[in-house]
Design a protein. Sequence first.
Length: 198
Amino acid sequence: MKRVRQAVVGSVLLLLAGAGVVLESVHAQADSVLHRYVGVETCEVCHSAKRIGDQFDVWAKGPHARAYTDLSSPQAQAIAARLHVADPTRDGRCLSCHVTAYGKPLPEILSTFRRTDGVQCESCHGPGEDYSHFSVMISPAKSAAAGHLTPDEATCKTCHNPSSPTYRGFDYHAALREIAHPVPAEIKKETLELGGER
Ligand code: HEC
Ligand code: HEC
Ligand code: HEC
Ligand code: HEC
């Protein structure tokens, strides 16, 4: 399946290159087809280790982990009623920002993935099938080649924008501090050495 897709993408790229078309967006689309979503439990296996900073715990206690379950709250019901949305837990007008991989075709989603886990790691770091392996993860270059994305302000603003019914503005740096989940510096140095990149 993968090989067929790669071949198709490859020939499209050749055609476009001949026509002198900018290839950037085609690349981005090809990547999102080639890497599948695994769900937060796959990341949890390694990223709940205290030693590397327990990013899982920070996420689980933060706002994004409850993004889906909050769609059942009385406040969500009230917002939904105002917008004539019958069931916010099933309607794309809410799910598009309150879950990961909304609207992605089924072949891009592995059975370990659960929508009920809300806005998961892969909403910001990219679909993890191909980078969530130790030998890949310890190398930023290999991770990037396997579909790992480095999130920035634009990533946040795909959801934190005026289309959100509760939007109150968005201060990127303050928001980043609220969800900070760093890897301790000495561990970073150690793993980069292991990955051969320092
Ligand atoms: C464009 C993305 C987007 C859409 C669409 C969206 N939300 Fe949200 N929602 C957010 C974001 C981002 C937040 C965090 C607060 C903010 O900036 O709006 C949020 C927060 C919330 C909260 C938490 C309360 C709060 O004030 O923080 C509730 C409840 C909620 N949304 C319900 C809904 C419902 C119901 C719908 C569908 C009718 C919906 N949202 C559609 C992005 C979205
Ligand atoms: C809402 C977006 C978002 C979600 C969800 C998210 N992250 Fe991140 N993550 C970021 C951003 C942004 C950075 C870079 C922060 C910076 O530049 O200081 C980051 C950085 C990291 C880093 C590197 C930290 C460092 O010190 O270099 C790790 C590891 C990480 N995230 C793992 C995870 C895991 C595992 C999950 C899920 C349990 C997760 N993230 C969920 C946005 C997110
Ligand atoms: C896929 C959509 C999505 C993306 C991408 C996203 N967020 Fe959110 N974010 C939400 C939703 C939905 C909520 C509300 C969750 C709730 O309270 O139920 C939220 C809530 C928050 C909150 C809690 C405060 C508030 O405004 O309610 C912070 C802080 C936050 N996000 C930071 C970030 C940062 C920083 C990034 C980018 C690195 C980011 N988010 C990317 C959907 C997203
Ligand atoms: C087999 C263990 C393992 C799994 C599974 C795993 N990671 Fe990692 N990850 C690591 C290790 C080890 C590092 C290196 C820590 C460091 O030095 O930044 C890392 C680093 C990262 C970084 C920082 C990368 C950078 O270039 O700075 C992010 C972000 C990240 N992981 C996200 C994820 C996400 C999201 C998932 C799930 C889709 C995941 N990881 C699954 C072990 C794992």
